[in-house]
Design a protein around this ligand. Sequence first.
Ligand code: NA7
Length: 298
Amino acid sequence: MQKIGFIGLGLIGTPMCLNLIKAKYHVSVWNRTKSKAEKLVQAGAVSLESPKEVAESSEIIITCVSDSKDVKEVVLGKTGVIEGVHEGSIVIDMSTISPSVTREIANKLSSVKAKMLDAPVSGGVNGAEAGVLSIMVGGDKAVLGKVTPILNELGSKITYCGGNGMGQVTKLSNQIIGMGNLAAMCEAIVFASKAGANPEALINAWSAGAAGSWMVDNLGEKVFKREFEPGFMVKLAQKDLNLVLDAAGQMDVALFTTPIVSQIFRATQQSGFSDEGIHAYVKILEKIAGLNSQTDLS
Ligand code: NA7
């Protein structure tokens, strides 16, 4: 079985990495905050001292860190992946970052004969734990063929989207829809709650009709139960919408809903909810509407 290196053991990276260990792959790991690697070591991974070491001892290197600059740092930095790769190494970046930065990193890796796929994911922590993520892949299709068995351990839907950067373009467009959906659901919750609607009736009715969505099914009830632990954090949603707006600006594409949603996420962040789940977005709307708390569903 191929040797896999995993870099970035955050909320999403950790369960993904655990699934690879469970699938009996030989996995080495590196995380900036070393203590987060302990859980993986207990499960059978080997913890190494740098992304370079991980690349030296692996055929496939997966990165799952926060933003464009962070992927650049772990891949192209002084003790980065690029210093340890060998001919034929495959780097799979599963972070959500800028399409243009992705292409820049892929070009640098190809100059040392390593291949890169961008493979951002959708589905949150629950999807990562259950191994049912939607994985959007950019890069060489033949390279994807070589790592498909690995991606099958992480996701239930793998979509080939085109050359390098197109996985990221697909993911960013996914975020336009997803965060727009979340924003609409939060507005609907505040509107109906202020009118005195029953939370359970709302969720039942919405999910069965045209308003049904992943957001309604997964986060609607959490809003009513006031459960804001993150599956996907406010600060990362804000990061993704900034990536969307940057890329749209580069292409001169006018977007109308996304900038408003982004500003409300910024207000959510500035109000101290940066590390909460994305549905904390509702708290800003509740405040503006003079609505302090929702009825508990239970
Ligand atoms: P988290 O839980 O915020 O985790 C982020 C991870 O990225 C975590 O392991 C961080 O290390 C690591 N990180 C961030 N910046 C760096 C730099 N500069 N160098 C090394 N490591 C870094 O995010 P998620 O797991 O939810 O999401 C990860 C990506 O998938 C992100 O692009 C999402 O949009 C999708 P730390 O533990 O803080 O030392």
